[in-house]
Design a protein around this ligand. Structure first.
Ligand code: ZN
Length: 269
């Protein structure tokens, strides 16, 4: 595993150039993103200390059963979540991925996030496995509407204008099926380089992507503060990941643009 870090600018430019060259030569590159890419936009990881899950326990608020049995209670969480996401802006890491796609060097993004920041940054192909928080959905008649800030005001649970049922955010609650599995399979097929960004990819279906790419001889780039991929059950040996080929250590808001700069130099040269 090659390690490139942003600490004290101590990264090895030779390694960075090598990584950029690998990316440039890849016939198909896909990104997998998680909570870590949006921390730089002011959205804390829900699982972190003081994060949303420490206030609203998922079992108690975030399951489909709670929504069906007690929508008023479930909406306490949805309002807190909505107010956390409201007005947040994409950051340089999101924009770096949008630039890669525009340059024809990224085929698409699989994201665990529900914050819409990839689309806001200009990315086109974004598969949201956990849905999105920008729409409300009706489980009865499949009506879908754009969320308004007023939906997050205290008050009655929003109702479907078509059938009157309680609306829920268009997100995948615990107990609901993840989305876009067929599209993910298609996107990941033939993928030579997988960029894993801001996630330890421990949970299905994200967990299967790095191994799928590796089994076909592909290359995995990992961008995390601490090396997380491949630990705890994916063949990590002595703390060294058997999955990650290139580890970019540091804040993804710095490491992704750093790779993009190296890539520009590589393509220009
Ligand atoms: Zn309806």
């Amino acid at each position: 595993m090659h390690v490139i870090n942003t600490r004290d600018n101590a990264h090895d430019d030779g390694l960075l150039t090598e990584a950029a060259a690998r990316l440039k030569d890849s016939a198909k590159t896909v990104a997998l993103t998680g909570a870590g890419i949006s921390v730089g936009s002011g959205i804390p990881d829900f699982r972190s200390a003081g994060g949303l899950w420490s206030v609203y326990s998922p079992d108690e608020y975030a399951t489909i059963d709670v929504f069906l049995a007690n929508p008023e209670k479930a909406w306490e969480l949805y309002r807190a979540l909505g107010n956390t996401l409201l007005g947040k802006q994409s950051n340089p890491a999101h924009r770096a991925l949008a630039e890669l796609e525009t340059a024809g060097l990224l085929s698409g993004i699989v994201t665990q996030n529900i914050d819409n920041l990839h689309q806001q940054a200009g990315s086109d192909v974004v598969l949201e496995i956990h849905g999105d928080h920008q729409h409300l959905q009706c489980l009865q008649c499949h009506h879908l509407e754009t969320v308004e800030p007023a939906h997050y005001d205290d008050g009655a649970v929003p109702r479907c204008p078509a059938c009157g049922a309680c609306l829920k955010p268009n997100i995948v609650l615990f107990g609901e099926a993840v989305r876009s599995l067929g599209e993910i399979e298609e996107l990941i097929s033939g993928c030579e380089v997988l960029l894993v960004i801001g996630t330890s990819a421990q949970v299905y279906p994200a967990a299967g992507l790095p191994t799928a790419v590796k089994h076909r001889g592909g290359t995995v780039f990992e961008f995390n503060r601490e090396q997380a991929l491949g630990r705890g059950g994916y063949g990590g040996i002595g703390g060294i990941s058997a999955i990650t080929d290139w580890f970019f250590e540091g804040d993804v808001v710095e490491t992704l643009p750093m790779l993009l700069d190296a890539l520009s130099a590589e393509r220009g040269g």
